[in-house]
Design a protein around this ligand. Structure first.
Ligand SMILES: Cc1cc2nc3c(=O)[nH]c(=O)nc-3n(C[C@H](O)[C@H](O)[C@H](O)COP(=O)(O)O)c2cc1C
Length: 210
């Protein structure tokens, strides 16, 4: 049975463009995987706390040496990593806030990017990802238009997510970008339609997980 981890990062419960297109992706995914399981993480509703000093101590202390303080401080990270590792595919829907990821998503990232669990390091290989064999789909929504290149220097959202997921070991990373949501109705309509067409094509090519 295929498992999809869906992570929603928009602060909006109504009218979110990133979630609307992610809903479309999810409906197509369910058609392709009728027995599939979807785990939903709504970062606006179920806020992930920022990592603290004890969390960092826990990250850099071998698990067998954890006392109660470090066990408590890393429990959420353990749970989020276990959830991520149990998924075959992940679907992230995220707005651009101030040219990058919302802090709600960054708090999640800080909990799951963890040495020895989701990435490793050794003298020979250097840094390497430990999240292998999973596909990632990301729906972004931005108020401005970035696809024409004029604002390239301000786009820290997609390049950041792409670099981060590659670092963790994802090899298959696919973006659907909704843009112009606050300033350009025509660009919004175009990008929405393009994203739907790309999603249709993706599932028409080959069932993603079935
Ligand atoms: C706090 C905040 C910061 C934002 N910063 C940017 C930005 O830097 N660049 C941009 O193009 N749009 C920005 N926007 C607009 C959002 O990216 C846009 O409304 C998007 O559609 C939000 O995603 P959602 O529709 O899924 O909620 C910002 C919106 C908010 C609320």
């Amino acid at each position: 049975m295929a498992r999809l981890l869906r992570i929603n990062a928009s602060a909006r419960s109504q009218g979110s463009h990133s979630q609307e297109t992610a809903d479309y992706f999810q409906s197509k995914w369910l058609e392709a995987n009728p027995d599939g399981e979807i785990m939903v993480r709504n970062l606006a509703r179920d806020t992930i706390p920022h990592i603290e000093e004890a969390t960092i101590d826990g990250f850099y202390t071998p698990r067998e040496q954890h006392d109660d303080r470090l066990r408590d401080a890393t429990r959420l990270s353990d749970r989020l990593i276990e959830e991520l590792m149990s998924a075959d595919e992940i679907l992230i829907s995220t707005p651009m806030y101030n040219f990058s990821v919302p802090s709600a998503l960054k708090a999640y990232i800080d909990q799951v990017v963890r040495i020895g669990y989701t990435f490793g390091f050794d003298e020979e290989k250097g840094l390497f990802g430990l999240v292998k064999g999973k596909r990632a789909y990301i729906v972004t929504a931005s108020g401005a238009v970035f696809s024409n290149g004029n604002l390239d220097a301000f786009n820290f959202l997609e390049p950041y997510i792409k670099a981060l997921l590659s670092f963790l070991g994802f090899e298959n990373i696919c973006f659907f970008s909704i843009e112009g949501t606050t300033v350009d109705e025509a660009a919004l309509a175009r990008s929405r339609e393009a994203a739907r067409n790309d999603i249709d094509a993706l599932f028409a090519e080959a069932p993603v997980s079935a």
